[in-house]
Ligand binder design. Structure first.
Ligand code: ADP
Ligand code: MG
Length: 247
């Protein structure tokens, strides 16, 4: 069995105001593995990813990166975020910076690279997402699919040990979804370790090694991605048929 990169143990999140969004979630992500998290809106998927990336503090539980707990007060958040990449539904690019600078910013300020070194890395990752021709564009002049591929390139540039994707195609026009899914599929094929929250059930079944089905803040079902074809619980069956109706 490959090494465990991420280990989530009994994760809980109670938001201020009392919403118990995550009620005790545990799962591991092994080296080179793609784990898809699926579940209805409001089931806690984004909350789990935000806790892993230290965007919010869990109320309870342990998050380990290569065996070391990262949800502790003295953990270095910049270091964690450079080791755990994150790609958001809404891209989160800097509108006033060109594509190249969106990617080099973290390399220069977090990784301490010179501008020249950072530019070389940026060109490498832009080639991987097939956007070498847009290095000097501003995000406002890119399609949604191109913006998301820039966001993926920015995450890759930091050479993360794992990348978290939070519904990376949900904000895209239907005709642009494929290019982003193909980019993510390519990363999976290259052995990138990933956690992908997605409503693209066919993509999850084809690309993910394992699926975690969240329901009301708990893991209701988990297994190889083939469980999508034969869900055991009635909840997951109902969730999957509601997704089929949408598609
Ligand atoms: P999902 O990503 O599966 O749609 P979320 O993790 O975004 O679910 O949300 C889980 C629950 O937590 C929902 O009931 C949501 O309304 C609530 N929630 C999310 N973010 C906050 C917040 N910042 N403050 C209070 N409640 C929140
Ligand atoms: Mg969400």
């Amino acid at each position: 069995m490959p090494d465990i990169v991420l280990s989530i143990k009994d994760l809980e999140k109670m938001y201020v105001g009392g919403v118990h969004a995550v009620k005790g979630v545990s799962f591991d992500v092994h080296e080179g593995e793609s784990v898809a998290i699926i579940g209805s809106s409001g089931s806690g998927k984004s909350t789990v990813l935000r806790c892993i990336n230290r965007l919010i503090e869990p109320t309870a539980g342990v998050i380990e990166l290569r065996g070391e707990q990262i949800n502790t007060p003295h953990a270095d958040v910049n270091d964690i975020r450079s080791r755990i990449g994150m790609v958001f539904q809404s891209f989160e690019l800097f509108a006033h910076l060109r594509v190249l600078e969106n990617i080099t910013l973290g390399l220069i300020h977090v990784r301490g690279m010179s501008k020249e070194e950072a530019d070389i890395v940026a060109m490498e990752v832009l080639e991987r997402v097939d956007l070498l021709d847009r290095v000097n564009a501003y995000p406002g002049n890119l399609s949604g699919g191109q913006k998301q591929r820039v966001a993926i390139a920015r995450a890759l540039a930091m050479k993360p040990e794992v990348i978290l994707f939070d519904e990376p195609t949900s904000a895209l026009d239907p005709e642009l979804v494929g290019s982003v899914l193909n980019t993510i599929r390519g990363l999976a094929d290259e052995g990138m370790t990933m956690v992908i929250v997605t409503h693209e059930i066919n993509f999850a079944r084809d690309v993910a090694d394992r699926v975690v089905y969240l329901d009301e803040g708990l893991v209701a079902e988990e297994g190889p991605s083939s469980i999508i074809n034969e869900p055991k619980s009635e909840r997951m069956q109902r969730f999957l048929s509601s997704m089929n109706e949408e598609n």
